[in-house]
Design a binder for this molecule. Structure first.
Ligand code: PLP
Length: 453
């Protein structure tokens, strides 16, 4: 038992100042898909926190690899020393990125830092090419790219960025491709191309010579609940970026590292991004770790122009990278990426099945185990449930009370109601998928009378 539990138990005031944690139980143990609290209650973690613990909780191989690294050396500063785990992990990412032309990795400590690193690399590459007029980065609305001021300027959520707006340069936004909301008679592909055209229109509106890059999550997470576009969208976006000299950045902080059923989410499409931001599943939350994976020639050009002017104290620390390597070993050796594709298909079909039972489920979205759904008063007309029903928190709480953790979010633009991510670890079994679906059905059932009222 965690020795800290008695003092900081449930309903005890917390000294932490960010989220109110007083009414949450105290997590004391994790194993695989399960977390136990200090009262011995077991929770099925079908969220992986914010889609982070992709190999499940407390995998012994990762814990042992971290312990072994700690016995050798916990920290060595990258300006003073190379270290084996960072070099090897970069090689492994370069091998995985090779087919996409992404062969150089920079390490940091999380998703926001990875996005900042991507922004800085893009800008420095433009400067190296003599394109210093390019500085704007177009992103999508809604979207989430992180909470630091640079990443927040890309985040498509006015409620999040508005308080800080005077302190940063909010970047241009285009609508996220909610193809499901297309007018009657328009095909999915035509709608996807219309959404892609919004990018070109915005580039022209901004002045192409001022636009540096376009950033998007290839499968959307917190802001869009598993939003994925038809294949034509990805190809057309790449084409538009090429036509106007923009870099294409994929934010795979949430959908990457195997969760989508491919190690890099970008592998689902022929089009190649120039930079990928990674974090979360990279070291699966065992330690903080993020990465910027980039085209080798871009990094070379930036080096030739004087070097990559960016970094953090913890960049490429040996302990974080040893954990990342061990997580990668578990993913690859245990076939978890393929398992994510297989179990994800089953879970998606089961979620779609729940649409028959619960008419308030609007749309099931995503690929692999990067899955989500939203809730609507009218599925066909895409009319959200009244906000006062608090469907997101009510359903997530009903599930929580039954021992199932899913991730809920109020849609940021206020137009689309609430949505959920159902994102269990990538080693989830058939039996556990069944357990998740049963508990979810019960949680949705608890809420159903309110939706019908
Ligand atoms: N980008 C995406 C797509 C994310 O989902 C997140 C976090 O949820 C971030 C960036 C920011 O990552 P972090 O919270 O590690 O800073």
């Amino acid at each position: 038992m965690n020795e800290f539990a008695p003092r900081h138990g449930r309903n005890q005031p917390s000294s932490m100042f960010f989220w109110p944690t007083a009414d949450r139980p105290v997590a004391v143990r994790g194993e695989g898909i399960f977390i136990w609290d200090d009262e011995g209650r077991r929770y099925v973690d079908a969220s992986c926190g914010p889609q982070t613990t992709n190999i499940g909780h407390n995998n012994r191989r990762v814990v042992e690899a971290m312990r072994a690294q700690m016995d050798d050396i916990c920290f060595a500063f990258r300006s003073h020393f190379k270290n084996g785990p960072a070099e090897t992990l970069a090689d492994r990412l370069a091998d995985l990125g090779q087919d996409k032309g992404l062969t150089r990795a920079f390490f940091c400590s999380g998703g926001s830092e990875a996005v900042e690193g991507a922004i800085k690399l893009a800008r420095q590459y433009a400067l190296a090419k003599g394109e210093g007029t390019r500085y704007k980065i177009i992103s999508r609305l809604p979207s989430y790219h992180g909470s630091t001021l640079g990443a927040l300027s890309l985040t498509g959520d006015p409620a999040m960025f508005a308080p800080f707006a005077p302190m940063m340069q909010i970047q241009p936004k285009i609508p996220a491709p909610f193809v499901v909301e297309r007018p009657e008679g328009e095909s999915e592909d035509a709608a996807a191309l219309r959404f892609a055209q919004a990018l070109e229109d915005e580039i022209i509106n901004q002045g192409p010579s001022t636009v540096l890059a376009f950033i998007m999550e290839p499968i959307g997470g917190a802001a869009t609940g598993g939003l994925i576009a038809p294949d034509v969208y990805y190809a057309r976006v790449r084409e538009i970026c090429d036509r106007h000299g923009l870099l294409l950045i994929y934010d795979e902080v949430m959908c990457g590292s195997g969760r989508s059923g491919k190690y890099l989410c970008a592998e689902h499409w022929d089009a190649n991004p120039d930079i990928i931001a990674m974090a979360k599943g990279l070291a699966a939350g065992y330690v903080p770790l993020g990465a910027v994976l980039a085209r080798g020639d871009m990094v070379e050009a930036v080096y030739d122009a004087g070097g990559y002017a960016h970094g953090h104290t913890y960049s490429a620390g040996p302990l974080a990278c040893a954990a990342g390597l061990a997580v990668m070993d578990v993913l690859m050796e245990d076939g978890l990426v393929a398992n994510a594709a297989r179990q994800g298909a089953k879970l998606k079909a089961a979620l779609e099945g729940l649409m028959d039972e619960f008419p308030f489920i609007g749309e099931v979205r995503g690929r692999g185990l990067m899955l989500g759904f939203d809730v609507m008063a009218d599925r066909k007309k895409r009319i959200p449930l009244p906000p006062e029903l608090n469907a997101g928190s009510e359903i997530a709480q009903a599930c929580y009370d039954r021992g199932l953790i899913i991730y809920s979010r109020r849609m940021l633009d206020g137009l689309r109601g609430d949505h959920f991510l159902v994102t269990p670890p990538l080693n989830v079994t058939d039996e556990e998928i069944g357990m998740i679906v049963d508990l979810l059905r019960q949680g949705l059932g608890d809420f159903a009378p309110k939706a019908a009222a």
